[in-house]
Design a protein around this ligand. Structure first.
Ligand code: NAD
Ligand code: AHE
Ligand code: ZN
Length: 375
C-alpha cells in the first residue's frame, strides 16, 4: 500500500449535529514529513462532541473527528526518521517539534510548527487535506482525525510507544487521562498536604483526582451535579463530595466554608464559564491556584472581580496537561505498563467504529467515561 491511495472506512461529520456517516474514504499517501497510521482503536472525548456540535470556532465541515487513539504506522513520507512502518504509535493533537520558539522556550508544551494547519483542517506541506470522498476533500481535525481506519498526521505529532502496550487501552493516553494528571503535576504542581477541589467528575476530573492523590493531596473534594459520580470517584482518590444542587449558597462559598478559607488548588473539568468563576473564587486568599481544563464554546467569556487576583489567587489553564507529547506519551505508557497509573478503569464501554453514533449518545449519559471503538 506504500505510496498508494488507501480506501477505507471512516466516520465523516458532514454537518454539525447530523449523525456521522460511515463512508469509504480515500486516504492519500503521506508527503514529506508525514506519517500514515492504521488506527486500531479510538476513544471518544467530549471535545469531539463539542466540535461536532458546531460551537467550536475552529470546527470545519465536512471533517473526520477523533483525537484519542492508537495504531500502527503503515507508511512514512520523505525525510521521516523517527518512526517507520510497523511502529506502534499514539497520534498527538499537541505536536512537539523540539525546534520552534515554543518548544525551545522550556516554558510550555504548546508547539508552533504545524498549529496553523491543524487549526484549519489541512496538512502543512501543501495546505491540503489527505482525505477525500469521491474526489471531494474532507477536512482533518486537530491534526489527528482518528475516526478512520487510516489517517495521515505530521511526524511531529506521532509518539512511538512500547510495542507490548495494549493499544485498546493506551489509546486513552492520547488525551483525557494525561490532561487530568498533567494539570496536577505540571500545571498546578500540587504539593503533599494540599487541599484540592475538582469541578466535574468525568474522565478528566477523575484523572485530576488520581494525579492529586499521587501528588500527596490530603483533601480531594469532588464537585458534580450528578451524585452518582461519587461512588466511582472514590476509586480515583476523591475523598469528599459536594453536589451544588444540595446547597442554597453559591458553590464557592460552600467550599470556602468547608476548607477554612478555601482550597490550595482547584480544577474546572466541565467547560462551563460560571463554574470556572466558582473554581477560582473557592481558592484560598493569598495563594490558591485555579486551573481551567474544560473547553468552553465560542462566544463564552470568563469573569470575576479583579480583587480576587489582587488578593493572590492565580488563574491558569492547561492543554494536554502541559505534557510534551512525543517525549512524554511514551513515558506515560511505561507508567501504565508498570501499573503506576490507571487507564483500564476509565473504559466503561467498547464498541466498533460502525456504532459511533450510538457511542456519542452514550457519552452524554452519566454512566459513560470512555468508550473505546475498534476500527
Ligand atoms: P465529562 O462530560 O465526562 O465530564 C464533565 C462532568 O461535569 C460530568 O460528570 C458532569 O456531570 C459534570 N458537570 C456538568 N455540569 C456541572 C456543573 N455545573 N457543576 C458541577 N459538575 C457539572 O467530560 P470530560 O471528558 O471529562 O471532559 C471535561 C472537559 O475537559 C470538556 O470540556 C473537554 O472538552 C475538556 N478537555 C480539555 C482538555 C485540555 O487539554 N484542556 C483535554 C481533554 C478534555
Ligand atoms: N478549537 C477550540 C480549542 C479547543 C481546545 O482548547 N483544545 C485543547 C485540547 S482539548 C482536547 O480534548 C487544546 O489543546 N488547546 C490548545 C490548542 O492549541 O488548541 C476552540 O474553542 O477554539
Ligand atoms: Zn480530548
Amino acid at each position: 500500500t506504500q505510496g498508494q491511495v488507501i480506501t477505507c472506512k471512516a466516520a465523516v461529520a458532514y454537518e454539525p449535529n447530523k449523525p456521522l456517516v460511515i463512508e469509504d474514504v480515500q486516504v492519500a499517501p503521506p508527503q514529506a514529513g508525514e506519517v500514515r497510521i492504521k488506527i486500531l482503536f479510538t476513544a471518544l472525548c467530549h471535545t469531539d462532541a463539542y466540535t461536532w456540535s458546531g460551537k467550536d470556532p475552529e470546527g470545519l465541515f465536512p471533517c473526520i473527528l477523533g483525537h484519542e487513539a492508537a495504531g500502527i504506522v503503515e507508511s512514512v513520507g520523505e525525510g521521516v526518521t523517527e518512526v517507520q512502518p510497523g511502529d506502534h504509535v499514539i497520534p498527538c493533537y499537541q505536536a512537539e517539534c523540539r525546534e520552534c520558539k515554543f518548544c525551545k522556550s522550556g516554558k510550555t508544551n504548546l508547539c508552533g510548527k504545524v498549529r496553523s494547519a491543524t487549526g484549519v483542517g489541512v496538512m502543512m506541506n501543501d495546505r491540503k487535506s489527505r482525505f477525500s470522498v469521491d474526489g471531494k476533500p474532507i477536512y482533518h481535525f486537530m491534526g489527528t482525525s482518528t475516526f478512520s481506519q487510516y489517517t495521515v498526521v505530521h511526524d511531529v505529532s506521532v509518539a512511538k510507544i512500547d510495542p507490548q502496550a495494549p493499544l485498546d487501552k493506551v489509546c486513552l493516553l492520547g488525551c483525557g487521562v494525561p490532561t487530568g494528571l498533567g494539570a496536577v503535576w505540571n500545571t498546578a504542581k500540587v504539593e503533599p498536604g494540599s487541599n484540592v477541589a475538582i469541578f466535574g467528575l468525568g474522565t478528566v476530573g477523575l484523572a485530576v483526582a488520581e494525579g492529586a492523590k499521587t501528588a500527596g493531596a490530603t483533601r480531594i473534594i469532588g464537585i458534580d451535579i450528578d451524585s452518582k459520580k461519587y461512588e466511582t470517584a472514590k476509586k480515583f482518590g476523591v475523598n469528599e463530595f459536594v453536589n451544588p444542587k444540595d446547597h442554597q449558597k453559591p458553590i464557592q462559598e460552600v467550599i470556602v466554608d468547608l476548607t477554612d478559607g478555601g482550597v490550595d488548588y482547584s480544577f474546572e473539568c466541565i467547560g462551563n464559564v460560571s463554574v470556572m468563576r466558582a473554581a477560582l473564587e473557592c481558592c484560598h486568599k493569598g495563594w490558591g491556584t485555579s486551573v481551567i481544563v474544560g473547553v468552553a464554546a465560542s462566544g463564552q467569556e470568563i469573569s470575576t472581580r479583579p480583587f480576587q487576583l489582587v488578593t493572590g489567587r492565580v488563574w491558569k489553564g492547561t492543554a494536554f496537561g502541559g505534557f510534551k507529547s512525543r517525549t512524554q506519551v511514551p513515558w506515560l505508557v511505561e507508567k501504565y505498563m508498570n501499573k503506576e497509573i490507571k487507564v483500564d478503569e476509565y473504559i466503561t464501554h467498547n464498541m466498533t467504529l460502525g456504532e459511533i453514533n450510538k457511542a456519542f449518545d452514550l457519552l452524554h449519559e452519566g454512566t459513560c467515561l470512555r468508550c473505546v471503538l475498534s476500527t
